[in-house]
Design a protein around this ligand. Structure first.
Ligand SMILES: [Zn+2]
Length: 435
């Protein structure tokens, strides 16, 4: 099923022509209304009318998260506050949050894109959508909510937290679609088991998971534990919120980015140079229709690649390879670059290991150390030191073999690592801060 047949299957040529028209219009508009962009264009000695092709966009400078902070709270808004009907903000772990504003039309577009996303994931009217993304300043809850209503599903605005209650509602209300972070879905399955409920036997058939990077092996784990098709969704508040891209249920490989609204580029994160089609690098997005806070060449810090091959579902919008992580999440352990999701991928393939882990990064004699804490299954947890040591050695060796990183593996009892109701904290970096 396709929600918006006309736009989602637009032939590439027409789609690119539409992108160019919208790009020219938005550059013109931000050049006139946002002092930050006006200055950027002047400094780069390029004017919006000089952008004659999509490739010309490379002449325009990038926008960084720092630019949002520097213009806190409303400095990058392209319309007066009277036209803004909603404000969201990302939880800044350090300092001020980044603030985004939506006009009425922005909300309509977001709703449309979330509707497309739900339908691409296999949801339809008649579904009971259990929305466990947080409602509030975070874009997840409300973003998914409006799209779910749009397709005519019955949405349960659960928000995060209160896990026991979530399970009761899921059972009693007959939830068929679950939206939350991938790590929380596993926590729900585990908590349900403690209540004597096998979540697999409930009516859930689809899970739409996002807001944190997760590996392909984690997908299999979730599908097996919850008895759902697990679909990856992509979004970030700076660009829209959830619904920038999603996997289709037909392929379950690669996330269609809605290209009539977003123009993706892949760059080398070190040099900023664009990479040839199909190569892996940092995703940069230009919003083509946003009114409240348009983003021009925004560096998302997400690492992915564009899949050039057409998709079996018939949608013509390009797919993003599942994110391996963010440039800021990348760990450098004694000179080796590694993403937490890569370690996760190795762990999930080892028998006797649970999908709950934490990475402790430290320093000893000026050398980085990595300790991998991982839970083992009830059945493989053993008092016999020899058996446990064997499993820990296996984890250490596999991580060394596949990723080239030396680590220490520590096995912990089931259910000892902290569970999160939102984004899981996978990494604890205890290294002294470099200034
Ligand atoms: Zn597809």
């Amino acid at each position: 099923m396709i929600w918006n047949e006309e736009f989602e299957t637009l032939p590439r040529e027409a789609l690119e022509a539409l992108q160019l028209k919208r790009l020219q219009r938005i550059l013109q508009r931000v050049g006139e209304t946002v002092p930050f962009y006006k200055k950027q264009f002047q400094e780069a000695k390029v004017q919006p009318e000089q952008i004659k092709s999509l490739a010309d966009l490379q002449r325009i400078p990038f926008t960084l998260k720092q630019d949002m902070r520097d213009n806190y709270p409303y400095g990058l808004f392209a319309v007066p506050l009277e036209e803004i009907v909603r404000i969201h903000a990302s939880s800044g772990t350090t300092g001020k949050p980044t603030v985004v504003g939506y006009t009425r039309r922005d909300i309509d577009n977001w709703t449309e894109l979330m509707a497309r996303s739900f339908v691409a994931a296999g949801a339809h009217s008649g579904d009971v959508i259990h929305n466990a993304y947080g409602y509030g300043l975070f874009t997840g809850g409300l973003g998914a909510h409006y799209g779910a209503e749009k397709i005519g599903a019955s949405v349960i605005p659960m928000s995060g937290g209160n896990t026991k209650r979530q399970i009761m509602i899921m059972q009693d209300f007959g939830s068929t679609v679950l939206t939350c972070t991938p790590s929380y879905s596993l926590y729900l399955a585990e908590a349900a088991a403690e209540e004597g409920v096998d979540i697999k036997n409930l009516k859930l058939r689809i899970g739409i998971f996002g807001a944190e990077p997760w590996s392909e092996s984690m997908r299999w784990e979730i599908e097996a534990k919850l008895g759902v098709k697990a679909i990856d969704i992509y979004g970030l508040s700076e660009i829209l919120g959830p619904g920038v891209g999603i996997e289709c249920i037909e392929a379950q490989h690669g996330l269609h980015i809605w290209e009539d609204h977003f123009l993706p580029e892949i760059i080398d994160p070190d040099t900023g140079e664009p990479l040839p089609k199909g190569e892996t690098g940092e995703l940069v997005i230009t919003t083509l229709t946003k009114e409240g806070i348009p983003m021009i060449r925004y560096r998302t810090r997400d690492i992915t690649r564009l899949i050039p091959k057409p998709c079996v579902c018939g949608r013509t919008h390009l797919r993003l390879e599942r994110m391996s992580g963010r440039t800021d999440d990348m760990l450098i352990i004694r000179g080796v670059n590694v993403f937490p999701s890569q370690i996760e991928s190795v762990l999930m393939k080892i028998k006797g290991v649970e999908p709950h882990y934490q990475l402790i990064v430290g320093q000893e004699d000026n050398l980085d150390t990595l300790e991998v804490l991982v839970e083992v299954t009830e059945t493989s947890f053993s008092d016999e030191i020899k058996i446990m040591q064997g499993l820990a050695d296996q984890i250490r060796d596999q991580i060394k073999d596949f990723l080239g990183v030396t680590c220490k593996a520590r096995l912990v009892e089931p259910k000892t690592l902290a569970r999160s109701e939102g984004k899981a904290q996978r990494v604890v970096d205890q290294r002294p801060r470099k200034n």
